[in-house]
Design a protein around this ligand. Structure first.
Ligand code: GDP
Ligand code: IMO
Ligand code: MG
Length: 433
């Protein structure tokens, strides 16, 4: 197998950063294909903590190519800040990083618009990260976006930018009734920011295709999670890109039929940041205990994450539409100390019917009552476990229960944030045979 994808199975923050960093040891190239600096992927190397936003999770390894694919929306100021921060910590980023010239750019007006649109949504606000993601993707689809490669042609860029600024300024004035920010030296600054990257701007699709053909191992790093997918997720409470396996071909230029292995990361429970339906959410003390035990605060915005029990209805749906071959379970250690652990196995709709398929209607999802099945917990500390044999029986039973609900093999368990705190396993009871 020479290409493997790892995506988030839930609403993001499943621990993708940690898993990608570990898998990089046996890969040659790590590729991000969607999202932007709305992502926050945490990697620990010993006690050193790194939070990556745009830069792929293989950057801390020597001799690996890390590619920002064409499907991302890139804020150049944020990218330079991230590069500089890593360089200051001794990471030779420019040796290891490449960026596809077709990637679209996020400009300050996108961030401003993100805030304005959220304000106008009122109680229907999405709770975005405020990073300009939605407006930048909207421009891409409307064909008013500007790509990194466009900036390298100064005259062409001037034309595109002036047209974009004229439109955005009119929208600010006429639609939102506010005076637009001055654009000062946006043109010059962007040219400088892009020029500083000139040597690492590539045709990303070609780079991956050639590496794959030469037998190199390519790892695709998902951002966000399956339920934040623009089409498959809890629309409109989603992000503006294709977060799942389906996003890889469009977001990189690597053919869809050559993704050899599709994997996902799920927490042993659920979290969500921002607004939107979350059927298994816990509003009382147990939810607070989960947040405290799991340190569930956003890696990008610092917002407290909403917490709930593992939602098997949601997880099964995400496994199915992504055609997964295996699942990593993270944060199993966080469940130590809970007397009982619940799993949401069905939803009761407002009209009393019970469903085990994820409803498409937002109105149905808002009002569902989760049907939980209860499993006995365990008190043992799991953080030093290195194999299934080190886990208490109730914990193994819990993982087996999760696996049967997902109908996809569990291939690895993670019991702490550190690089060494996970181990491979194979739990794959055949169900629905
Ligand atoms: P990502 O966006 O999917 O990369 O996840 P985040 O980095 O936003 O959030 C995951 C958090 O959980 C980070 O703080 C990780 O260091 C941490 N983490 C990952 N795996 C484990 C685990 O198995 N146990 C514990 N306790 N923490 C973990
Ligand atoms: P990683 O890659 C968790 C959420 C936001 C909001 C919605 C839309 O670290 O898992 P956006 O700014 O994208 O328009 O916001 O999506 N969101 C995330 N939640 N983890 C993320 O990334 C997220 N990226 C976006 O909170 O609800
Ligand atoms: Mg995150």
């Amino acid at each position: 197998m020479s290409s493997t994808a790892v995506i988030g199975l839930q609403w993001g923050d499943e621990g993708k950063g940690k898993i990608i960093d570990s898998l990089t040891a046996t890969a040659d190239m790590v590729v991000r294909y969607a999202g932007g600096n709305n992502a926050g992927h945490t990697v620990y190397v010993g006690d050193d903590k790194y939070v990556l936003h745009l830069i792929p999770g293989g950057i801390l390894h020597d001799k690996k190519v890390n590619l920002i694919g064409r499907g991302l929306v890139v804020n150049l100021a944020a990218l330079h800040e991230e590069i500089d921060g890593l360089v200051a910590r001794g990471v030779p980023v420019l040796e290891r990083l490449r960026i596809d010239g077709r990637a679209h750019l996020i400009f300050p007006y996108h961030c401003k618009l993100d805030g304005m649109v959220e304000k106008w949504r009122g109680s229907g606000r999405i709770g975005t990260t405020g990073r300009g993601i939605g407006p930048a993707y909207a421009d891409k689809v409307a064909r008013t976006g500007i790509r990194l490669i466009d900036v390298l042609d100064a005259e062409y860029f001037k034309e595109r930018l002036n047209a974009a600024l004229a439109e955005k300024d009119a929208v600010m004035r006429e639609v939102y009734g506010v005076e637009p920010d001055s654009h000062d030296d946006l043109y010059e600054t962007t040219i400088e920011q892009a020029a500083a990257l000139r040597d690492i701007i590539v045709d990303g699709g070609k780079l991956i295709r050639e590496a794959y053909a030469a037998g190199k191992k390519v790892l695709f790093e998902g951002a966000q999670g399956a339920m934040l997918d623009l089409d498959a997720g809890t629309y409109p409470y989603v992000t503006s890109s294709w977060t799942g396996i389906a996003g890889i071909a469009g977001g990189t230029g690597f053919p869809a039929n050559k993704v050899d292995r599709a994997l996902a990361v799920t927490k042993a429970y659920c979290t969500r940041v921002g607004e939107g339906p979350f059927p298994s959410e816990l509003h009382g003390k147990v939810g607070e205990d989960l947040r405290a035990a799991g340190g569930e605060f956003g890696a990008t915005t610092g917002r407290p994450r909403r917490c709930g029990w593992f939602d098997a209805v949601q997880a099964r749906y995400a496994c199915e539409f992504n055609g997964l071959d295996g699942v990593f379970i993270t944060k199993l250690d966080i469940l130590s100390g809970f007397d009982e652990i619940q799993v949401c196995v069905a939803y009761k709709l407002a009209d009393g019917t019970e469903v085990t398929e994820y409803p498409a209607e937002g109105s149905k999802l808002e009002g569902v009552v989760p049907i939980f099945e209860s499993l006995p917990g365990w008190s043992e500390d799991l953080t030093a476990a290195t194999s299934l044999a080190d886990l208490p029986e109730n914990c193994i039973n819990y993982v087996r229960f999760m696996q049967k609900q997902m109908c996809v093999p569990v291939v690895s368990l993670s019991v702490g944030p550190g690089r060494s705190q996970s181990f491979e396993c194979e739990i794959s009871e055949v169900v629905n045979a």
